[in-house]
Write a protein that binds this ligand. Sequence first.
Ligand code: SF4
Length: 147
Amino acid sequence: MSNKKVLCPASELGRDTWIIGAIQADGVVRFIGKPVPAIAEFRTQANKRGQPEQYFRFASACRRHDCDKWKEGACSVAGALRRTVQANPRLKEQEAPACGMREHCLWERSCGPLVCRACRYVGSDARQRKTVHFCAPPAPGRKERAA
Ligand code: SF4
């Protein structure tokens, strides 16, 4: 992964895609540290199983105007995540996950490190070019472990 690349951290699986995390049974993402290239064999097996985005978080080049979340020249998901964390003390006090793509991340670059505190709760319907959604918000009073 070149130092200059800026990637969407909730993309669909395709060529030039990196695996950045696995989605656990409760819907929370466990980041894998250093991103791993989604090689052809992985893509074949994951597509056979169906809907790879239900099981993994992928990163790849931002589609910008070709994505329904690109609004007014920016990724609206990043802004929504930042606002969500600002409004949620439980998220604010969580540690950022040990994510290996921080220096390449479009969300972190555009909206700052606060977005990382909510990122593990984001799932993607990227294949349908639909919503990136929160899948498992923290329960009241429960402090999540860093993923
Ligand atoms: S928002 Fe933060 S935690 Fe999520 S992929 Fe980007 S750098 Fe990693």
